[in-house]
Write a new protein. Structure first.
Length: 72
């Protein structure tokens, strides 16, 4: 009789484990899909860069009016 209880418990554990695993697969796939969509949105809204001639570092391009106001 204890063997039957063991097999019932093992079978229930396998069923619950498969359900949990399938749920985790769907959750991770949804997170990956959301991250890919966010990356695609970020790539389309890229910031134009310009190279600083003194340092060689690329920085966001500044508007002409904003650059003049910053130097005053």
């Amino acid at each position: 009789m204890p063997q039957i209880l063991f097999f019932i418990a093992a079978g229930a554990g396998l069923i619950l484990g498969r359900r949990w695993y399938a749920h985790e697969q769907r959750r991770v796939a949804a997170e990956i899909r959301a991250a890919e969509e966010a990356l695609a949105r970020c790539e389309t809204a890229s910031i134009p860069l310009e190279r600083d001639p003194t340092t060689g570092i690329y920085r966001p391009k500044q508007a002409a009016g904003r650059a003049q106001n910053a130097s005053h």
